[in-house]
Design a protein around this ligand. Structure first.
Ligand SMILES: [Zn+2]
Length: 113
């Protein structure tokens, strides 16, 4: 990746733990945070999920949902494959960085729901 390319929030590592139920993001400044798969699923911003949210429908998220795969999506995003078969969630790193600040500010992964 060319050094001239400016990416505001770039993780150095994405790691799954607890059989895919947690996604650990380690940022370039060595801060790290962990996201629950269920929480990420409910924060999916794909067209399907956002239009459901606009229509007032609540996406059912199984409490034991996990991440089946984490696939790089271009230089600044990642595509998360959930165990419920949902594979459309593209999470830009900048969005994850925003969420991670929210998580730190609130002290809880669940208060944003
Ligand atoms: Zn979605």
């Amino acid at each position: 990746m060319p050094a001239t390319e400016h990416i505001p929030a770039q993780p150095t590592e994405l790691r799954l733990s607890e059989a895919g139920r947690k996604l650990h993001v380690i940022w370039a400044d060595e801060r790290s945070c962990a996201f629950d798969a269920a929480w990420l699923r409910s924060h999916c911003r794909c067209s399907e999920c956002t239009s459901a949210a606009r229509a007032g429908r609540v996406t059912e998220v199984a409490p034991d949902i996990s991440l089946a795969d984490v696939v790089p999506y271009g230089p600044a995003a990642v595509n998360l494959h959930f165990s419920d078969g949902h594979r459309r969630g593209i999470f830009p790193f900048a969005y994850l960085a925003t969420l991670s600040q929210d998580v730190q500010a609130s002290g809880s992964l669940h208060s944003q729901l």
